[in-house]
Ligand binder design. Structure first.
Ligand code: ZN
Length: 224
């Protein structure tokens, strides 16, 4: 065998090994969901100081805590939240990394490489913040929002190698009602983690909202 042929054979074996390993790890099974980019929704971010760069280790899920009314333009509400944070809180960019509209659209917020912001007290370093629009103490999340949060978290957990035990609701981190009882219920009954794990394993997951909770909200969030 000529030395070039031997080298070619070694390269092929290495490639097979690398690809085979990636396949066994499950990498590549979870597709990145469609995300409305910052340019598309008209973001006007300020520079975030370099010392606020972090390595994502946790995923923390929020609701907006504001009742979503029919006729709201989700892109405008993302722009308004960014402008409010800059003016009132001195937050250079959105407090969250991703925001999910009632129709299931995912909007890109603060770049993931920077730690998020909070009005409560917990160490935000290492957390990826995902917000669902609406107030789930008073309205019910839509099926589309549940489907999108499952796809997004499954992709983020795969991309950043985040363990399921490190995925939680805001109330798991701090004193708050967030993400609201009609969303947090899916953490409590284990369904949310089941949907996320199934998606990460490449299974066809059917996200099924449960019946209204006793004493919980009855009205579903308007989709537009
Ligand atoms: Zn929150």
């Amino acid at each position: 065998m000529r030395i070039e042929d031997l080298m070619r054979l070694i390269c092929m074996l290495v490639l097979v090994g690398v690809c085979g390993g990636a396949w066994a790890d499950g990498a590549g099974v979870v597709a990145k969901p469609a995300i409305v980019s910052a340019e598309e929704w008209g973001s006007k971010p300020e520079a975030i100081p370099a010392e606020r760069k972090h390595v994502p280790k946790y995923i923390t899920i929020h609701h907006a805590g504001v009742v979503y009314k029919a006729g709201t333009d989700p892109a405008k509400s993302v722009r308004d939240l960014q402008a409010y944070g800059q003016k009132e809180k001195h937050w250079p960019d959105l407090p969250y990394h991703f925001l999910i509209a009632p129709d299931g659209r995912i909007f890109a917020g603060r770049p993931v490489e920077y730690e998020p912001e909070t009005n409560t007290t917990y160490k935000t370093r290492g957390h990826i913040g995902v917000e669902l629009m609406g107030n789930f103490e008073e309205q019910r999340p839509s099926r589309e929002q549940l489907e999108s949060v499952v796809k997004l978290v499954a992709w983020l957990a795969t991309e950043y190698k985040i363990e399921m035990k490190d995925v939680g609701g805001h109330k798991d981190r701090a004193e708050t009602q967030c993400p609201g009882k009609d969303f947090y219920r899916y953490f409590q009954d284990g369904q949310l983690m089941g949907w996320i794990k199934g998606t990460m394993e490449g299974k066809a997951v059917r996200v099924e909202p449960g019946p209204a909770l006793a004493g919980g909200p009855v009205e579903e969030i308007p989709r537009k």
